[in-house]
Design a protein around this ligand. Sequence first.
Ligand code: B12
Ligand code: SF4
Length: 558
Amino acid sequence: MSSVSEIPPHPKGTRARVLLTSVFGPYAQDDEFGSRAINPMELYHNQVTRAQGGFSLRMFHRSWGIMMIQQNISAPCTLLDFPTRDAFARELKANHYDIVGISSIIVNFTKVREMCRMVRELSPDSVIVIGGHVAATPGLEHMIDADHIVRGEGIAWMRQYLGEDVTAPIRHPEIVSGLKTRIMGINLPEKKGGTAATIIPSVGCPMGCNFCTTSAFFGGKGKFINFYETGDELYEVMCQAESSLGVQTFFVMDENFLLHRERAMQLLARMKADNKAWGMAVFASANAIRKYKVEELVELGVSWIWMGLESPHSNYSKLRGTDSRELTRTLREHGIRVQGSTIIGLEHHTPDNIREEIEYAVDHGTDFHQFMLYTPVPGTPLYQEMFERGRMLEGIEYADIHGQDKFNFRHAAISRDDSKRFLDWAFWRDFERNGPSLYRMCQTMLQGWQRYKNYPDLRVRERFARENVKLRTAYSAALWASEHYFRKVNREVSEQIRELRRQIAQEFGTVSRLAANLIGPVLLWTTRREERRVAAGKTYEPPTFLERRNWVPVAEHS
Ligand code: B12
Ligand code: SF4
């Protein structure tokens, strides 16, 4: 593996032509390059709402790691995101690249191997650099034909390799957090400022849970790398995104944003001073959330929290001393949508207790719920332990180690086939008991509005009012459609949605009723049409992006 200091810089320095690319698609199909239909390039449909049929949230996210690197080097650089194999080959042939950087996670190992082969064939003078989580694969250097395998943070590595100042401040790229959003068979309009901006304050997480690759990859327990140390710095980055992208909301991609209270409170002070009514989606562990009064979170603009619930009997320090059900309820009562994350197949799970544990998870009534199999992934303490104890299963392809299918290790009590059955049951049960996530979100938003519509801080009132425009219009129509959809298949959920519709109508009056009655039937029809399409095999793929920075055409350059 290559650490920053031991690699001699590229001879051309910042004149080197760089191609940064993610692995090629298509992704949502079974193929010889390790794509799997069960593992699409989608966050929600892959691991959160996949059992919610036409109500599943469909959306793509760009490859932020290479966007960060491109923004922070001064060499001429092309970024290719979600290429096809042909697009990758075309780009290699059309422009002579000195360096080809490929970003990947472990599941996409076979694509990385193929892309290295293609570079050697089509652009034999290029230096191949591999980065991202795939670099944690044991023995990778013997399995692919690459020149450098970079473990951990890549901006510093690439700057050093190009002979640039490694300690220069980090410039944040403009990132629209999600794209091609689709739900109930409808593509949502993509207007400027309509989607949150992604902000990446740090990588890694100091909590160091034994299964966590994000933590392990950037140093493990106690370690993380801050791109922005202070609330002031973060505030400036957010102001830039606000003016360039026209956004008011931010997806803060930091595994444990709330853990750094001082930084968060400094950010809040700046927001208050400048009257910023921003909204924020964050990841946070339960023990970090408990460092704040709920009102502080609300004033900070936190409108969405992704929180690990794991299990009531697990021993993770992030959960210690917390009643996560109570916490979830409180957050939702304050208008904060909660995305829970539960692991299926922990060490203490057995066929006898797993259903009870899943019921407990489902009982949190979160807005969204991610379920994942307990999965020892190379590079983590859990993998090391399982490997040493001879419990890793042999012959499992990397393409199948993604936590959404079957175990990759020998569990003490649960078989591989049962692991899939329990996982699928968890998704199904959450949907059956709690209904579609869209409905749950509306419930949380209404509670937040009712609690904060007269709050003294104008910024907070403004934020809830902004969010609630949808509740009065599009979401009212979506709820009408949901209520009617569930009438025959799940009476209880249908009744609950009806009750929420009644409360919304009471709160917002004619507008919401009109929206529901006029647009609701259309959405019911599009939802059913979407379900037929998906049942017939329709899948979704992200579009290819090609972005150049500091670019000089080949002839001029050489
Ligand atoms: C956004 C995201 C996604 C997006 C993918 C977007 C995309 N275009 O690829 C979506 C939602 C689709 C997704 C899906 C999956 N994901 Co994902 N995802 C993430 C997430 C939350 C953020 C990634 C990110 O941008 N981080 C911030 C950037 C700055 O960090 P970074 O990408 O690591 O990049 C840094 C370094 O790695 C390095 N680097 C990266 N690329 C390169 C390239 C070069 C050349 C160099 C030198 C360096 C370098 O430098 C960067 C800056 O420091 C991470 C968790 C996390 N916090 O990182 C999980 C994570 C990457 N995902 C993971 C997994 C397992 C999956 C899924 C398999 C999930 C599943 N089954 O449910 C699927 C796979 C889909 C597929 N077919 O490939 C794992 C990877 C585990 C591993 N060891 O390989 C992670 C770490 C989550 C976890 N802890 O389990 N994911
Ligand atoms: S708290 Fe979350 S991000 Fe941090 S180490 Fe644990 S699982 Fe990983």
